[in-house]
Design a protein around this ligand. Structure first.
Ligand code: 5RP
Ligand code: FE2
Length: 223
């Protein structure tokens, strides 16, 4: 089932001192949702922000979907806190929960859309059993923890495999890609089957967010 194309700027590369305004700017420039990377210095070797920042963005007036990427272990308590803080999508890594099915159900029970994240070294097969619990499958194209890394090219094969799995299931699951996505490679990523594109440094490092978003969309549709 083809999904509408979504571009989700990762604010990991934004100016955190003016986060609300940065979100306004990328949304006005044509972004579809805000990708919020939550890192705990335990599951990944980096530390970002907690649910109060998600709440602050909602209170500031951000109405677009907020796509929360939880790189935390353990994860269940933070699922609850981010749902209460206004998250729309909550995506979790299978290594960060002892009971993947239960954690995914928890996300939906709290009224959010549930995502599963596959690291470059994690097999697509991990998603197979829990597919009916998913609204989104996120294929990492870098190892999680930092923005600005180089796209790992073998993840294109994983995207194709994930696309096939989703298509065969007939379920309306988004296929998201995250890490190192730029204007020069997004058409390959789109051809491999992604419909939801996290883009961090390529957007926030640009002079004009609108221009880079335009170029990304042209490349997706051209691909
Ligand atoms: O989850 C992430 C890192 O773990 C980020 O979302 C990702 O790295 C996006 O940034 P960039 O487009 O600069 O690679
Ligand atoms: Fe992310």
């Amino acid at each position: 089932m083809a999904q509408e194309i979504f571009i989700a700027p990762s604010v990991l590369s934004a100016d955190f001192a003016r986060l609300g305004a940065e979100c306004d700017d990328v949304l006005e420039a044509g972004a579809d949702m805000i990708h919020l990377d939550i890192m705990d210095n335990h599951y990944v070797p980096n530390l970002t922000v907690g649910p109060m920042v998600c709440r602050a963005l909602r209170d500031y007036g951000i109405r677009a979907p907020i796509d929360v990427h939880l790189m935390v272990d353990p994860v269940d308590e933070l699922i609850v806190q981010f749902a209460e803080a206004g998250a729309s999508f909550i995506s979790i890594h299978p290594e960060a929960t002892r009971h993947l099915d239960r954690s995914l159900q928890l996300i939906r029970d709290l009224g959010c859309k549930a995502g599963l994240v596959l690291n470059p070294g994690t097999s697509v097969g991990v998603a197979r059993q829990v597919l009916s619990r998913l609204d989104l499958l996120l294929v990492m194209s870098v190892n999680p923890g930092f923005g600005g890394q180089t796209f790992i090219s073998y993840t294109l094969d994983k995207l194709r495999e994930a696309r096939q799995l989703i298509d065969e299931s007939g379920l309306p699951i988004r296929l998201e890609v995250d890490g190192g996505v730029k204007v020069h490679n997004i058409s390959d990523v789109a051809r491999a089957g992604a419909d939801t594109f996290v883009v961090g440094s390529a957007i926030f490092g640009a002079v004009s967010y609108a221009e880079v978003l335009r170029q990304l969309r042209v490349a997706v549709h051209g691909g």
